[in-house]
Structure formats: structure tokens, C-alpha cells
Design a protein around this ligand. Sequence first.
Ligand SMILES: *Cc1c(COP(=O)(O)O)cnc(C)c1O
Length: 373
Amino acid sequence: MNMKKIMVTQPALPPLDEFIPYLEKIWDNKWLTNNGPFHEQFEKELAQYLGVKHISLFSNGTLALITALQALRITGEVITTPFSFVATTHSLWWNNIKPVFVDIDDKYYNLDPKKIEAAITPQTTAIMPVHVYGNPCDVEEIQRIADTYGLRIIYDAAHAFAVKKDGQSVMNWGDLSILSFHATKVYNTIEGGAIVCQDEKTKQRIDLLKNFGFRNETTVIEPGINAKMNELQAAYGSLQLKYVDSYIAKRLELAKLYNSLLSDVSGITIMPVEEGVSHTYPYYPVRINTAEFGMSRDDLYFKLQEYDIFGRRYFYPLISDFPTYRGLPSATATNLPVATQVSKEIVCLPMYANLEFEEVEKICSFIKELAKK
Ligand SMILES: *Cc1c(COP(=O)(O)O)cnc(C)c1O
């Protein structure tokens, strides 16, 4: 097989001809942003699809994170994970909040609840966990800690679109959850994001904050930001919703194939999925044990590139290792032993709805060849 370059991801787009009528409507309406008809329709459809009560659409996930912290007036210190995309911690920085990194667990790579309490100080006001790779955090235990100490919880649920635990959206946990609809995610609106909240009053506050703080035509009550989703994104998002189940179904099939081909390879740990969780496989991470596999994660990562297979080392480096954050007292490897280790051993293999089964077979046969050497 003459291989084309296989990247870690490729965005899923709806059929172009089906998008044209949506565009024609926008051109007729001449309503491009600020709560247009597609925005209104999409917000309702999305809440229903996800099984949540209240959702506010955003122009991207990072602004949703930043606004979520402002909506709850979070200050001081926030406990968070170093094993995530850098935007998680950036949102704290943009709010003048001190990030306090806590280590992750060794199975799902989520914030380890057993280590949270030791990091709480009088300045702590909230916990910001991430459902990494779409695996739900230990939401019950995190809630128990938050209740005990009077802390708020904001979930970075950028990987958890449509993820359910025991039939419930994971976004019904915590005070707020944020989503990203960036091109690289399971579900995209090109760029886009959202905040899920639990009551109407909070939604009103979030909606005001994403529109400069306007309460009405003449009243600005706070220095809000401009983070609104526009009509083109909303129309595209509405059309995408018709296809997202097929994208997810294909991902599950691809994951099943990967699992069957890789689970018996010595030195490779495939991602576990908890009983009762309906997964979407936003990523396909494998963990490499150098001694057992016979090659390090980095060697495998670069070797695969020679075969035109481009995985990604999500998440390496850790957020706590970036120059902006590495001076923080909680950013040390001794405080974060599991995250430090996992970050050296994990690589995400190509995973997207248009990936072909033959390509997965090819990728796995290369990996098996390399394992033997
Ligand atoms: C993608 C992502 C974000 C940022 O979302 P954008 O829509 O790209 O701003 C935040 N957190 C995590 C964990 C992500 O994967």
C-alpha cells in the first residue's frame, strides 16, 4: 500500500451541498451574530442532544473556560491537573488565579481525588478537573471534597462531548462544564465552545458575560468579553448534529479494531473504559513500557513518522513544565510523579471518523514489527 500521510486527526465535515441552504437562509436574514435564529435553534438542539438543561454557546472553548471562572467569581487558588491541553491552566492565568497542580491517577490519568485535600489552602476556591480522553473523572469523590470544603467545581469537558456515565451526561456533574467544538474534536463547529450550567440564573449571567456585560441596551454591569458564537458556526453546528452519531459510531469501530490488534502486544497498555460509560474515543492513546515493548515512546513516535504516521504526544510536556508555570511551588516532578511518568510514556495514535480500517491495520502492523526488534 502506498501510504499517504496519516495525521493524528482530521476534521469531520458535513456534506457541503447540505450546508448551502443554511447559508442561503443566513444571506436572506442578514443576521450574522448576536443571538440569531440559528444560534437560538442550535442552543436548544444541543442541550437536548447532550441531555443537559442549560447551555451557552461560545466562539471557542478557551473563552468558555475563562468566562466560566468569571461567572462563579472564582479567585485565589484553583486546584487543577497538569495533564491537559494548556488552555485549562491558561484560563486561570487570564483570571489572575494561582494554579495549584495536583497529580493524576495511574489508570484514567484524571485528577487524583486522593491527592486533592492535601493541596487545599484557605485561598482555594475551586477545583478544575479535566475528563481526559473522555474518561469521566471520579465525579462523586470530587463532589464530596468540594462540599466538605465549600469549593466550586468547573469541569474542562473539552474531551467529553456526548460522554455519558450510567446513562447521564457527565456534564450534569459539578457547577459548570465547558466544551470545545474545535476542528480537532469529536464534534466541531470549526471553532466553538459552550458552558453547561445547572440553572437559568447562571445561564443569564454567562450570556451577559460573553456579550461585553450588557444586561440591556443601556446597562453594562461588568467588564464582560466578546465570546459569542456567530450564525455561520451555529448553522454548521446544527447540521453537524445530524451526523455526529455516525462519527462516534465509526470511532468506536476503529477503537475496537485497534484494541483487538494491540491488546496482546507486550509493553503496550490500551486505554481502559469504565463500566457504564458510553465513550466516544476522542483520542486513541497507548502507553508504552520501554523495557517490555523494547523501545521508548519517543523512539516509537519518531519511527512511526518514518512510515508517514503522525501520532501526537498528548500530553507532553506537562502544563507544569512550560516556562510560564514551572516556577509554581506545585509544578515539581516530586509533587507530580504519576503525571511526569505518564507524560513520557503516552502517545495518541491516529483517530478520526474518516480513518480507514485498513489504515488502522497498517499502523498496528508497523507497531508490532517495531515491538519485535
Ligand atoms: C481543545 C481543548 C481546549 C481548548 O478549546 P478551544 O476550543 O481550542 O479553545 C481546552 N481544554 C482541553 C482539555 C482541550 O482539549
